[in-house]
Design a binder for this molecule. Sequence first.
Ligand code: HSE
Length: 406
Amino acid sequence: MKIAIMGYGVVGSGVGEIISSSQESLKKRCGEEIEIVSILDLRDFPDSSFKCFTKDFNDILSNDEIGLVVEVMGGTKPAYEFTKQLLLAGKHVVTSNKELVAKHGTELLKIAREKNINYLFEASVGGGIPIIRPLYSSLVSNELTDIIGILNGTTNYILTQMIKEGASFEEALAGAQANGYAEKDPTADVEGYDTCRKIAILTSLAFGKYVNSEDIETEGITSITLEDVEYAAEFGGVIKLVGMSKRVENGAFARVCPVILKKDHPLAGIDDVFNGILVKGEALGDVMFYGRGAGSLPTASAVVSDVIDIVKHKDTHIILGWTDGEEGYLKDPDEQSFRYYVRLCGSSDSASMCREGFNVITLDGEKYANEFAVFTPEMTGKEFNEFKRTELAGYDIRGCIRLVTE
Ligand code: HSE
């Protein structure tokens, strides 16, 4: 199988490295050699051992010998047009591009189906963790009902550095960038957009209907402070950025936000660049997936697994995907109930929240002298807004995070 790689960045170079260093074992596993014959990138790589770089997409599109293309360029322009043309030309495509799958996956999967070829995207969610294949294969006998996941390595690394090392947000982000975890524009990581695309893909696949990431309420971690981390710890919890979705009658809830997880929650101990995804199925109960969620070789290993899968089934279309989206399918997330953590400026002495059902926490130390935190009972988003409008009206709110209790 002659293949091409589009994009020679963190993931593309990892794919090149794995394929060139495992020729013999790859041949054993898929029955034929995999040869990289073209690499598309606008940059020059004079020191690379590969000598097949091109800056012209048509070199790949018009090369009839190339049967499979790895698209690891990121973004939708020009990845969408390129992928579409390749699929229409009958070439299999493997990608790690979550933005593209989340936005145009429905159409690209349809083309792959019509052409009896494959568009696989295991590496688009969870880096090296197998999660896409389990959803359309191993778990397919289950009616899946809930997904909650730590889906972004960069933000999990940042939060871990803040929680365990007391690092500032900026220091921790610089570390994630240096390790090759962050997106080119890290706004996509820290504002939650990357997690949002990933939960959109997982939800579409698990519940069978397309969910547009643009319709998912998304909040990142930029407002989380070390003080919030301290109050969460005093409460016995940790702050994590999660994507979560839940199947309900005639639709689903989905949202991305920082949450406090009690320390005994299965996702609470997932630190650094690791991702964890908890999936609930009606027959199976809970199943959890865990591993490195970003970085060159972990992500490239998922890409290469898809390549192998296609080489082994190259005349077969692997059935995966979802039906078209539907107006009203995603429900108003404010109908969902959560407990809330709210950090308030002022004294808790005469606070109305010092009553049954609420936990009020104060911390020692000068910087905590004029503030306290309240953990509310479970309430819907609408009830919480009313609570803020009435009982919290006199307070300056310094922080607010949902708690996930199950
Ligand atoms: N920036 C992403 C992350 C890369 O940090 O998880 C993997 O999708």
